[in-house]
Design a protein around this ligand. Structure first.
Ligand code: PLP
Length: 392
């Protein structure tokens, strides 16, 4: 057996050791840790729906009507009317013929990729894709080919030189750690030229971008023909929990026959579907949440530029400040914590070596004054940290 203690000591030594913080109370822009209130900039609850009274009330009503557990997998007796209604509303929302509900985004990606690809097939992935897309490809037994970040030309060459077979191209819509958007029209064109399927994981686009928050694919004006497999999650901007895959009737029927992470697992609590239905209505109805987010992002970027922070090209609510070494990211995160601000350090292997960062995210519930407070704190910690000033 492996020496776990030695391995853990190694993580510690390389500043890669991960720990959890125990949060007391509900999610929000202010969270409570060990009796201390911190202003948080690291939640994916972009629209501030996770503790919205209408969503909470819908969850309660769902519990009263359906109890807690679904009791079985979807194919047995776990597929409750409320799940079914949510699937129809999700399909409408992303303007696809059908949608299938999964327990998590991680499971959705594993399920869809193993259902669509197998031995002898090839899956092409952006280097910065989410871990679940990489794991889905690994589990599928298809050959995984990675292309440089957002480099459609490189993808085209890889596709052109691949032996004949079935191809699947998979990309994040909005990249989870960088906040930049995949060049979807170009990717769709390249995939189309090589008869490859395109899968877009829009975990960070759904609710945030596109008309009525319909996501990156809608923002790019792409339909079912260009993006036959659309995956979205419900635990981020939608504020609840779970995920879905949307596409053609044949795609969904195939997943029902073949997606093992959907077949061999208990269906989520139906009340969760009730809560998600309420949240989805807020997503489409309350455009002010997206407008507020956009304003905060613009304000932050302008301020960060004045401070000389390396923020990258993102215009989404994910604004990374890349600092390089894990130790720098950790020390900055600690210094911000001391100033009452919560931003976790993101380190390898979540991000590539040498790109440890503070991943700052905004919520529609943040105020401009809070963004200014963040900028002030960043300015102070930046001045106190020599390596940080050097890389910025
Ligand atoms: C969060 C995330 C997932 C996983 O979704 P969960 O519902 O949290 O399991 C998948 N893909 C991307 C790009 C993500 O950011």
């Amino acid at each position: 057996m492996k020496d776990l203690a030695a391995q853990l000591a190694q993580y510690e030594q390389e500043n890669l050791y991960r720990t959890r913080q125990v949060i007391d109370g509900p999610p929000g822009v202010e969270v409570s840790i060990a009796g201390e209130k911190l202003l948080s900039f690291c939640s994916n609850d972009y629209l501030g729906l996770a503790n919205h009274p209408e969503v909470v009330a819908a969850f309660h009503r769902g519990l009263d009507e359906y109890g807690v557990g679904s009791g079985a997998a979807h194919l047995v007796t776990g597929h409750i009317r409320e799940h079914h209604a949510l699937e129809e509303e999700l399909a409408d929302f992303v303007q696809r013929p059908r949608a299938l509900l999964f327990s998590t985004g991680y499971m959705a990606n594993l399920g869809v990729m193993t259902a669509l690809a197998g031995r002898g097939d090839r899956i092409f992935e952006d280097r910065l894709n989410h871990a679940s897309l990489l794991d889905g490809a690994r589990l599928s037994d298809a050959r995984l080919v990675r292309y440089a970040h957002c480099d459609t030309e490189a993808l085209g060459q890889l596709l052109a030189s691949a032996p004949p077979g079935e191809y699947l191209v998979a990309t994040d819509g909005v990249f989870s750690m960088d906040g930049d958007c995949a060049p979807l029209p170009e990717l769709a064109a390249v995939a189309g030229q090589h008869a490859a399927w395109l899968l877009v994981d829009d975990a960070h686009g759904i609710g945030v971008t596109g008309p009525d928050g319909r996501g990156s694919v809608a923002a790019a004006g792409l339909g079912l023909a260009e993006v036959p497999v659309l995956m979205g999650t419900l635990g981020k901007a939608v504020g609840t929990f779970g995920a879905f895959v949307a596409g053609s009737d044949d795609l969904i029927e195939t997943l029902i026959q073949r997606a093992r992470t959907w077949i061999y697992t208990t269906a989520p609590p139906p009340a969760l579907a009730s809560a998600t239905r309420a949240a989805l209505r807020l997503v489409t109805r309350e455009a002010w949440r997206r407008e507020q987010l956009q304003q905060l992002v613009v304000r932050f970027r302008a301020g960060a530029e004045q401070l000389g922070l390396a923020t990258g090209v993102s215009t989404t609510p994910i604004q990374p400040v890349i600092v390089g070494e894990p130790e720098t990211a950790l020390r900055l995160s600690e210094a911000l914590h001391a100033a009452g601000i919560l931003i976790t350090a993101i380190r390898p292997p979540t991000v590539p070596e040498g790109t440890a960062r503070l991943r700052i995210t905004f919520s529609a519930l943040h105020t401009e004054a809070q963004v200014d407070r963040l900028l002030d704190a960043l300015d102070v910690v930046k001045k106190g940290q020599t390596p940080f000033s050097d890389t910025a």
